[in-house]
Write a protein that binds this ligand. Sequence first.
Ligand SMILES: Nc1nc2c(ncn2[C@@H]2O[C@H](COP(=O)(O)OP(=O)(O)OP(=O)(O)O)[C@@H](O)[C@H]2O)c(=O)[nH]1
Ligand SMILES: [Mg+2]
Length: 246
Amino acid sequence: MTDSNLKIPGYSIVVLCYQTEEYCRVYVNELIDSVSKLNVDYELVLVANYWENSNDQTRQIAYELQNNNPHIKVVALPKKGGMSWDMIRGFEACTGKIIAVIDGDGQMPPYDLVRVYQKLKDENLDFVKTYRTKREDSRYRNFISVAYNFIFQILFPGLSVHDVNSKPKIFTREVYEKLNLTSSGWFIDAEIMIQVRRLHLKTGEIPTIFKVNTRASYVKFEAIWEFVKNLITARIREFKTKKKVK
Ligand SMILES: Nc1nc2c(ncn2[C@@H]2O[C@H](COP(=O)(O)OP(=O)(O)OP(=O)(O)O)[C@@H](O)[C@H]2O)c(=O)[nH]1
Ligand SMILES: [Mg+2]
């Protein structure tokens, strides 16, 4: 065990770096610029999981960043699932008292990590997330997002959140220990929000913008089908849980 393992950071940030390669350096530097404005010891957990037999260079770059910065930690495992699987592996590597997650593809403003942290602390909340007032990506993606959130609100009423899939999401370690996250594909954001609702957590939201994805977009039509199918399955399962929202 190294010295850095013995020190518990105040803030752990999971960065989903899947296939970001060289851009990973740029975005990680932006994240560091933002987070160092907070007076807190932090760790950045770069998730650079990869499909075996792919030429993805992200993990090599992430390890380089880790070697040059004691705040950086890398998770680089052969992938056994999609975004959700990566996120869970990232959470497992976090040691901090407060945990956040953000995409590494540059669509989310780095300074949001400061804003959600301050809101969580200042208002003594359990869980905070952003919601996107403006999506700079396509009308099609905007439409999908509105429709998806509408279906979510119908199936899981009573939770006053606008935008299920928005990140960063931030929560305390106590909350993390109560979550039971098992998604593998794209469903993790909804899985988190369903459990936030079930646990009656003190929740806050702040507005943000979502930049256009100038790199490869991976969200395929199957992902939309997976969302809807999983929402319905989750709704049925939720009826069976003991703790229900009145
Ligand atoms: N597509 C994809 N993303 C993954 C996977 N594993 C982790 N991720 C991360 O999941 C995050 C969100 O995925 P994106 O494909 O960017 O999804 P999105 O931002 O909703 O949609 P885009 O506008 O297409 O970028 C990214 O930061 C990826 O690094 C994976 O297996 N597939
Ligand atoms: Mg993206």
